[in-house]
Design a binder for this molecule. Structure first.
Ligand code: G1P
Length: 301
């Protein structure tokens, strides 16, 4: 069964990025010249998603505006002969037959609750969840991470979540997979899960395989999300619902190909900007000598 709908939770207040996020949604922060939200929406389109559902909140309409047409801007660019910019602006509207819509999460009850808010739109179908904080760069070397997960789902028809190895000390920042096989070959990409734990302390984490923000879930997940059970941080956790789903269905972790930047963190966000700027041929020439000079200043300290 094809994955047609992607749910993007974007209702958070972005407090870690204050003061900028007082008036600008976190998901609109730029990495080079595109807002974070654009990276995930484009990843969704390229994975064949037909409908993107933003689970949003007050003050976030700029997210929807970003993907809407803007006749005034387009005609001004056209009149000035700025064809490249015009193409970039026009390219933001959903491709033919695709849509972006928004639902509201009225209270900040957690990631699991945010996903539950999209239930009526998703219906009884498997669907994707993408967290815009996680920018995963694959460049030309691999398809986007969601496409990688879709390929796995097509083989197994089971829920699958993107995972990567983290330092043991970092497990408390992530959902962590308890692998079915205690011995996992480090080259193995698909890992069957026995359990999942949200933000375990390093000494009690079942592994160092952390879930990052890409999921394909079967619709039965909604039965577990709707129980309203609260987990880590007193929130309705998506990780807990996936763990509960395991009693009925198989769930896999997929060690994806790509580099993940944690753009929910100030340092991770800057790393994404540096790395992706260096990918741009028009900026690289200026940036490399500048970065080298900066590094020399610091190593002299
Ligand atoms: C959320 C999830 C967590 C996952 C992480 C990936 O946590 O709850 O399971 O590992 O995203 O970025 P958050 O970073 O929102 O606290």
């Amino acid at each position: 069964m094809a994955i047609c709908t992607a749910v993007l939770p974007v209702a958070g207040l972005g407090t870690r990025f204050l003061p900028i996020t007082k008036s600008i949604p976190k998901e609109m922060l730029p990495v080079v010249d595109q807002p974070l939200i654009q990276y995930v929406v484009e990843e969704a389109w390229s994975a064949g998603i037909e409908q993107v559902v933003l689970v949003s909140s007050r003050g976030k309409t700029s997210l929807e505006d970003h993907f809407d047409s803007n006749a005034e801007l387009e005609s001004a660019l056209d009149a000035k002969g700025k064809q490249e910019s015009l193409a970039a602006v026009r390219g933001l509207t959903p491709p033919d037959g695709r849509t972006i819509c928004a639902v509201r999460q009225h209270a900040p009850l957690g990631l699991g609750h945010a996903v539950l808010c999209a239930r009526a739109i998703v219906g009884n179908n498997p669907f994707a969840v993408l967290l815009p904080d996680d920018l995963i760069w694959t460049g030309d070397s691999a398809p986007g991470v969601l496409s990688q997960l879709v390929e796995q789902f097509e083989k197994s028809a089971s829920s699958v979540v993107a995972v990567m190895e983290v330092e043991q000390s970092q497990t408390c920042l992530y959902g962590v997979i308890d692998p079915f096989d205690s011995e996992i070959d480090s080259r193995e990409r698909l890992i069957k899960a026995k359990g999942l734990v949200e933000k375990p302390k390093p000494d009690s984490a079942p592994s160092n395989l952390a879930v990052v923000g890409r999921y394909i879930l079967t619709p039965e997940i909604f039965n577990f999300l709707s129980t309203g059970n609260k987990g880590a941080g007193g929130e309705i956790q998506l990780t807990d619902a996936i763990c509960a789903l395991l009693a009925q269905q198989s769930v896999y972790g997929y060690r994806f190909e790509g580099v993940r930047f944690d753009c929910g963190d100030k340092a991770g966000y800057q790393m994404a900007n540096i790395a992706l700027s260096l990918e741009r041929p028009d900026m690289r020439e200026q940036l490399i000598p500048f970065i080298k000079e900066q590094l020399l200043n610091y190593s002299a300290e």
